[in-house]
Design a protein around this ligand. Structure first.
Ligand code: 16C
Length: 258
């Protein structure tokens, strides 16, 4: 139906490693589809409603001011173009638990509560406390997916990671010292390759990755709007710059992972 009506939004193919019997699976399918469509829309026509709040080289970060019950839940969209790395590499380092302490500076502790399948995990994370607010924790499933481009032969493949809050019976929200955060995050990556004209093999100089990072975080408990917005303004650019530099550094002497 979508192909007939000519829209460019992808139909999300089934996952490479089906975990379709897991109780979370219908939600994962739905949220991944929705987040990929939202990320691919970019800023929409003329970027309406999106405020640029940080810019550094190719990186641009936009937010919309939104509050729910007086609590800041500003949606964020960031776009970045990074030379020398692929979307598969970006998503691999973003998804895989073994690298998280290397790049996630606000992290205090990370636990993998469940490995649902090779492409889907359940995480419990506690983050550093910002005085005088209470410490925050979060439980989310994380899913990595390759979306091959079979509709537009010239268009790039997509790799994505989607993180979305969920519950866990052994870790009820707000039962200990932490206030539970709720989040939805999507990292969407498209790789551009310009093969050398002389026919020599593709090197890291010939590739770049367009990253779209979208996030909505509900802080879970009240914190002053000005403090939260100042925190976003400082922490999101810091995260995306540090994380992409980390991927460049990790991959520079390795074979390109397309
Ligand atoms: O997407 C990112 N990371 C993923 C893997 O960890 C995942 C998790 C995101 C958790 C985001 C919540 C972070 C809460 C941090 C609390 C503040 C600590 C600041 C300490 C400063 C020394 O998707 C990358 C996430 C980049 C995070 C940017 C910061 C977002 C601030 C959210 C504020 C929440 C309320 C804080 C209450 C005062």
């Amino acid at each position: 139906e979508r192909i007939k009506s000519g829209t460019v939004l992808p139909i999300t193919p089934p996952p490479t490693f089906p975990s379709s019997s897991h109780p979370l699976w219908p939600e994962i399918e739905h949220v991944v589809q929705q987040q990929v469509e939202w990320a691919r829309l970019g800023l929409g026509d003329s970027g309406s409603g999106w405020q640029l709040f940080a810019e550094d080289g190719e990186m641009r970060m936009y937010r919309r001011e939104e509050e729910v019950d007086g609590m800041v839940v500003d949606p964020l969209k960031a776009v970045h173009i990074v030379k020398g790395i692929t979307g598969h590499e970006v998503c691999h380092y973003f998804f895989s638990p073994q690298y998280r302490y290397d790049w996630e500076t606000t992290l205090e502790q990370m636990t993998v509560l469940e490995t649902i399948s090779e492409d889907t995990c359940l995480f419990l994370q506690t983050h550093k406390r910002i005085w005088p607010a209470s410490q925050r924790d979060v439980i989310f499933w994380s899913h990595i997916r390759h979306l091959p481009n079979n509709q537009d032969r010239d268009g790039p493949d997509i790799w994505t990671v989607v993180n979305h809050s969920t519950e866990h019976k052994d870790h009820p929200a707000n039962s200990g010292k932490c206030v539970r955060i709720f989040l939805t995050v999507c990292m969407l990556c498209q790789t551009r390759v310009i093969p050398p004209k002389d026919g020599t093999p593709i090197t890291r100089d010939d590739i770049s990755c367009k990253i779209t990072y979208c996030s909505v975080v509900n802080p879970g408990g009240w914190a002053p709007a000005s403090v939260l917005r100042a925190l976003y303004k400082r922490e999101y650019p810091k995260f995306l710059k540090r994380f992409t530099a980390y991927v460049i550094n990790q991959t520079k002497d390795k074979q390109i992972m397309f």
